[in-house]
Design a protein around this ligand. Sequence first.
Ligand code: KE4
Length: 433
Amino acid sequence: MSFSFSKSQAYFEAAQKQIPGGVNSPVRAFKAVGGTPIFVKRAQGAYLFDEDGNRYIELINSWGPMILGHAHPAVTEAVSRAVLDSPSFGAPTVREIEMAALICKMVPSIEKVRMVNSGTEATMSAVRLARGYTGRDKFIKIEGCYHGHGDSFLIAAGSGAITFGKPNSPGVTEGTAKDTLLAPYNYLEAIENLVNANPNQIAALIIEPVAGNMGCILPKKGYLEGLRKICTEKGIVLIFDEVMTGFRLAKGGAQEVFGITPDLTTLGKIIGGGLPVGAYGGKKEIMDYVSPQGSVYQAGTLSGNPIAMAAGLALLSLLDANPEVYHTLNTKVTELTAEMQQIDRSLGLTYTYNQIGSMMNPFFTTAPVEDFESAKKCDTALFGKYFHAMLQRGVYLAPSQFESWFFSAALSDADYEHILKAHKAAMMEIHTA
Ligand code: KE4
């Protein structure tokens, strides 16, 4: 029996009348996979229910936050209690002290931290801080990494490996783009070229230590170490954008897994337990430049919001107290990845899978995927067919080939079995001429 999406279709029609594209964030509109986005009614644990009453095992989990499953009782209880004391004060609260202390404990490279309201705010602020701290204007961004929609990040590679970027969105000015330098992921020589071509002009290098926004791409052996060495030698602030990897790959994120200490870290997603929260933090020496202690201005009416802090504290406290959750989840996803590849081989297919911890996704290419150029070689149309074949079988994936899947500890063995069955049927369906 195939799913009916009639209510979602009607809601999508209605939504487009007063919301640009019918959504409040572009990727949700299913443009990368075609078809109509499903309108969600509710979610519980590992399952998401749409307005048509269809139930899905879901592997988006709000793009990361729901690592322990949707509507976790500890989080909903904390939010329900906190909201009774009023949702917001715009004044300091004890919860913000508790949150800062917990983040600094879980991510030891963070000596001081500032709460903001999204990953975008965190990355924008971290780059501004690095510029204020170093007195330099330029920064290096890695092609294919996504750091939110701040102007200076919406930049495409310019011609040649050592020229500055060009805007990749209307509304971003050439003036902004000239200070953003780009280099491919996993290519240290390009960084060395940029640094040599721009002596004493580069404030920061920002990177997703494990890329999730090209699909999941791992750093090659020595790559992160190389970045750390170059940044230390040249006085460049190394920023790990752990909005996605933070509190997901391990309690201490990718920097714990790879043993690399960045100067600043940006956080989001899991830190808010599903509420709008971001944060940036790092060395005290750098963070003390942030207003009002220092002169680098950054502010936010709802930063450190008491409800968001209650949700984030509830989730992070659970993860801090139960680190074995990571081992169990990471083991499950490692096993799932191997079993999906086994199924592919049984069908004569040899697609590429990248996986680390609970970040994973198949790439519809048989070549290695190590940077944005190789990711772009995927058959995105075939991925679109796969996406819908899985959706019809009750598995809701991220609606783009260029997204890592997000697993939760709420998935049961039966759920993993269901994913495998759906995967086999979907692969057979989309490869049947
Ligand atoms: P937000 O501003 O969306 O909270 O965070 C921006 C951001 C920053 N850094 C990284 C590594 C990120 O992955 C993100 C946001 N991730 C996307 C999913 N790939 C959010 C989904 C969306 O844009 O709707």
